[in-house]
Design a protein around this ligand. Structure first.
Ligand SMILES: *[C@@H]1O[C@H](CO)[C@@H](O)[C@H](O)[C@H]1NC(C)=O
Length: 455
């Protein structure tokens, strides 16, 4: 059952007519089962507020609209959540902490900042100097290892913003659940890059190599692997070699623009992945220097170790598929990634699901502040960047200030609900299923004050 839904979602459920038809069916259910609903709710709730008695609640809503007047004032207040915890990662230790911090401050929160313990220098820098700039009553930097962070998470925060791995993300969410604290989780995943047969191979290779080898591959949104035909793999290989040489010279180890792996443990994990497929470009490593050359692996199989986890290093595996449809199936059989990339003129890839999408390039979509950035499913929860960051740290509080006059109008809403009262209300306000929107909109316009938004 659940499995069938997972196949159908995003295909069968997307067309507008389908959604309208389903909503109409729900309306029919409410209409045809009215009596059963009354009996079922009567069982447990009595005549609570008369809502069910008044015809599926819609009448009650229009009824309350009617009682609002221009003397009342409705508005949305953008409130801060309160005390926010921001946990940063090591790969972009300043950027991925300060980005969310800006939004949290803009929204009016107090913030506890927890830099990654793996990025020692930036952690120390922030701990020592941020306090000289920001109000230390409201903003604090906590340098903490795994154990201290676990203890930190036992506190009740009002919002937690975490960037890191899915496994730590699960622990953060479990800790947050104890206090029902809302979370944003910026995680990772294996981001596929599909390359069709009809591309300009040189440009593809440069855009792909830049995205993969930037920061030595330690980027959550980097293209993780390539899907293309055997023919395209043959064409891509010399083009990728050329792009790598153009960017990092004939010995990337000497290039000031090519990074190193963050630590021993990560180095060993990534080096072990080199046994997958066939090394077509690069492959050199130096443990003392934490150096792994920009590497391309050809003929990688879906069962190879490198296809079982997010690589997070300077290795680009190519998995051969027969067609675009096969590539789409391959992507859909796996957890939803943070990003999907395609070099193609076909838009069929919208039949997939991912946190974000970028056509004909890599990484660049995340530079636009007009686009929300975040994952879906295993690649994360929530979104930020630009205005979305402010919204993330903001609680939209619906407020109504009513006028104390015209009390007589309220009589209908108060018990006891005599047959006359109910009859009057149902007759006057029951909204028919068809054309329901019009009277509601009309009532809203004539009686409700304009909703304002306060910052
Ligand atoms: C990729 O570029 C080609 C050629 O400029 C264009 O026709 C196509 O629509 C682009 N594809 C996407 C997904 O943006």
């Amino acid at each position: 059952m659940l499995l069938r839904m997972m196949v159908v979602v995003g295909m069968g459920t997307r067309p507008m007519e389908y959604r309208v038809a389903q909503l109409e069916a729900l309306g029919r259910f409410l209409e045809e089962k009215k009596q059963d609903i009354l009996e079922a709710t009567g069982d447990t709730r009595g005549r609570c507020w008369g809502a069910e008695q008044l015809g599926q609640g819609t009448a009650l809503r229009s009824w309350s609209f009617l009682q609002m007047t221009q003397l009342d004032s409705a508005f949305i207040r953008k409130d801060p959540y309160g005390v926010v915890l921001i946990i940063g990662p090591w790969n972009y230790p300043i950027h991925l902490l300060l980005g969310p911090l800006i939004g949290a401050i803009a929204a009016g929160n107090c913030v506890v900042i927890k830099p990654s313990e793996k990025a020692k220098n930036t952690g120390r820098l922030l701990a020592e100097s941020l306090g000289c700039y920001l109000d230390s009553d409201c903003f604090a930097v906590v340098t903490a290892g795994v154990q201290e962070t676990t203890r930190l998470l036992e506190n009740k925060f009002d919002y937690i913003f975490f960037t890191g791995s899915p496994s730590v993300g699960r622990m953060v969410m479990a800790a947050a659940a104890k206090h029902l604290t809302p979370v944003t989780l910026e995680l990772g995943g294996k981001n596929p890059c599909y390359v069709s047969d009809t591309c300009d191979v040189r440009s593809v290779a440069r855009r792909l190599a830049w995205g993969r080898f930037f920061n030595a591959g330690q980027t959550c949104v980097a293209p993780d692997y390539v899907l293309c035909t055997l023919e395209m793999q043959e064409k891509l290989m010399p083009a990728l070699r050329e792009a790598i040489t153009e960017f990092y010279g004939s010995n990337p180890r000497e290039s000031p623009d090519f990074g190193r792996i963050v630590g021993q443990k990560e180095f060993q994990r990534i080096r072990a992945l080199l046994c997958s497929g066939r090394v077509a470009i690069g492959g050199q490593t130096d443990e003392k220097d934490l150096y792994i050359a920009p590497t391309v692996l050809a003929d990688v199989l879906p069962s190879d170790p490198i296809m079982q986890e997010e690589i997070f290093g300077p290795i680009l595996p190519i998995v051969v598929v027969a067609s675009m449809d096969e590539a789409i199936d391959f992507i859909n059989e796996r957890p939803q990634p943070l990003a999907i990339y395609t070099f193609s003129s076909d838009s069929k890839v919208s039949r997939t699901s991912s946190g974000s999408f970028c056509g004909n390039d890599t990484l660049t979509h995340m530079i636009l502040t007009s686009l929300p950035f975040g994952g879906i499913g295993c690649s994360g929860l929530g979104r930020y960047h630009g205005k979305f960051t402010f919204d993330t740290f903001t609680h939209q509080r619906g407020c109504l200030h009513r006028n104390m006059g015209l009390e007589a109008l309220n009589t209908l809403r108060y018990p006891p609900y005599s047959q006359q009262k109910l009859g009057f209300l149902t007759a006057t306000f029951e909204i028919k299923r068809k054309g329901a929107l019009l009277p509601v909109a009309f009532l809203l316009c004539v009686t409700l004050p304009v909703v304002k938004t306060l910052h």
